[in-house]
Design a protein around this ligand. Sequence first.
Ligand SMILES: C[S@@+](CC[C@H](N)C(=O)[O-])C[C@H]1O[C@@H](n2cnc3c(N)ncnc32)[C@H](O)[C@@H]1O
Length: 240
Amino acid sequence: MGYLQECVGIESRYRRNRTAWASHLEESRQLMLEAAGQCDTRDTVLIFGAGLLHDIPLADLLGMFRRVILADILFMAPARRAAEREQRLELVTLDVTASLTSLAEGKTELTQPTAYLDDPSISLVISASILSQLFVVPNAYLEKHFGQGDAESEVLGQALVRAHLAYLGAFECPVALIADETHIIRDRSGAETATASALHDVPLPLGGRSWDWDICPLGEIDRDHAVMHRVRGYQDFPKT
Ligand SMILES: C[S@@+](CC[C@H](N)C(=O)[O-])C[C@H]1O[C@@H](n2cnc3c(N)ncnc32)[C@H](O)[C@@H]1O
């Protein structure tokens, strides 16, 4: 559906903007470690969206938990090599939406994910900058292959975001969430010229803390505009 291309694109953007991304990646790692530090049990940490490994404090988590499971739709070479070196690290190819098979056929009714909900060994779940990505490839694919319009993309985007939040809310163990919340465009002077929800206007609950991710500094998209993502992170995502 375009996932490999998307991952390769993220990886090259990371390589071009490593310095600009550093503080965001450090904030993310710090939040994950705080969440890990507060767990009552330290059996298995399950991380959604860790295929690129940029923001995952893997060595620290392996030191704190018996087992680390990285779940993603695909894995790049660094994750594969890490798993070859460390038996306690498992890579699981998983569609966290549980809906891609039907979406690929143009069917937009979603299935609610249930993977690992009944696994008592899971001590902590981390959703690692995946929430605002869940609809990107499906919507691009459905627009291209099934003529899906903007309004339908909005509805599907909202449904995928809500379904992931409901999925996280269904875990009994603590859950940490890191998610892009807002896209902000700035001009050369640093003034905000436009903002838009990164989540199709689905609100995140109150709480957590937020920081800015300098995802596309000046020059990445064009010479006059930079894109920031305002990110919100919860070390203990409130379940309703
Ligand atoms: C922006 S990246 C997250 C950054 C990541 N935490 C890292 O390692 O730097 C989004 C990740 O979500 C994954 N992803 C997107 N949709 C997915 C799905 N339906 N199921 C599982 N993983 C998915 C992508 O493959 C990608 O690795």
